[in-house]
Design a protein around this ligand. Structure first.
Ligand SMILES: NC(=O)c1ccc[n+]([C@@H]2O[C@H](COP(=O)([O-])OP(=O)(O)OC[C@H]3O[C@@H](n4cnc5c(N)ncnc54)[C@H](OP(=O)(O)O)[C@@H]3O)[C@@H](O)[C@H]2O)c1
Length: 264
């Protein structure tokens, strides 16, 4: 069975809303879903990038691709996106993918930077899932993919890892809470992926060369594997064998540490 066939069992070929669609993994989700025939609602802050992608995909795949400008650190903007979902009446797929890293340490940041990250990585996906599940319940089918990170497992950065871990746990518990077996929820946990992520201002000073020994994947590989994993019904999904082995090692040593703790 190919990727498209197994994926289509879950959806009706309506529309897909993707946050963080202006580059990297989000733009790749847009490309692969447009190729399968879904209409798109592309959400991010950079209007020019979204419009360019919308024009490219609607011309190439004869689909409708709408652009919705929203800064998801601002919950008024997230409300607008949630309203769009409730009005759409044909939403089959929600991809909560917007996200970013900050290289400067927690204690040296303005606290607003931490709150903004909570809103982009956690509060907004929760709000959008709440809206989407209402629509998907009416349509009796649906797929939600929440892009978390391997960092949720590796626990490398105070705010980044904790917000991504919260999103992964939320996805797991939400999945058991949604009683419709035809609504599938995935917490996608990519490892290092080539995209604009490490080139943003907030990641200034990051050097890919310093991380040349860890496995890197392309956004195309991550998205292909994520869509293909819909059939597995596993909520937590780590793309790539090497990343899975790495995660297993990290979890084992974390468990050892916990089990050595005294229980008070
Ligand atoms: N690259 C990696 O190594 C890696 C690894 C694990 C997980 N991830 C996760 O994968 C997701 C996609 O990242 P990527 O690697 O594709 O990086 P990317 O190319 O930098 O894409 C990030 C996307 O998020 C959007 N975004 C960021 N802040 C936003 C905000 N305040 N409001 C709305 N949209 C916002 C950006 O759009 P605008 O700037 O136009 O708003 C962009 O479309 C993120 O959640 C990231 O945490 C990435």
């Amino acid at each position: 069975m190919n990727n498209k066939e197994n994926f289509m069992n879950w959806v009706n070929l309506g529309s897909a809303l993707i946050t963080g669609a202006s580059s990297g993994i989000g733009a790749e989700f847009a490309r692969q879903l447009a190729e399968q025939g879904f209409d798109l609602i592309l959400v991010a802050r950079r209007k020019n990038k979204l419009e360019k992608l919308s024009q490219e995909l609607s011309a190439k795949f004869s689909i409708k691709a709408e652009v919705l400008i929203a800064d998801l650190s601002n919950l008024n903007d997230t409300e607008k996106v949630a309203s769009k979902i409730l009005e759409a009446d044909n939403l089959d797929i929600l991809i909560n993918n917007a996200g970013y890293g900050i290289i400067i340490p927690f204690i040296e940041r303005e606290n607003k930077q931490n709150i903004d990250m909570i809103n982009v990585h956690y509060t907004s996906p929760v709000m959008l899932c709440h809206a989407a599940i209402q629509e998907m319940t009416k349509r009796r089918k649906g797929v939600i993919i929440n892009t978390a990170s391997m960092s949720a497992i590796a626990r490398t950065s105070v705010m980044y890892s904790s917000t991504k871990a919260a999103l992964a746990i939320f996805s797991e518990l939400l999945s058991s809470n949604v009683r419709n077996p035809r609504i599938y929820i995935q917490a996608l946990c990519p490892g290092f992926t080539y995209s604009e992520f490490h080139d943003t201002n907030s990641m200034g000073g990051f050097s890919r060369e310093s991380f040349s020994k860890v496995p890197w994947m392309t956004a195309e590989e991550v998205v292909t594997l994520s869509l293909n994993a819909v059939k597995s019904k596993n909520v937590i999904f780590i793309p790539g064998e090497e990343n899975r082995a790495l995660a297993m090692g990290i979890r084992k040593s974390a468990l050892k540490k916990y089990l050595n703790c005294k229980i008070l």
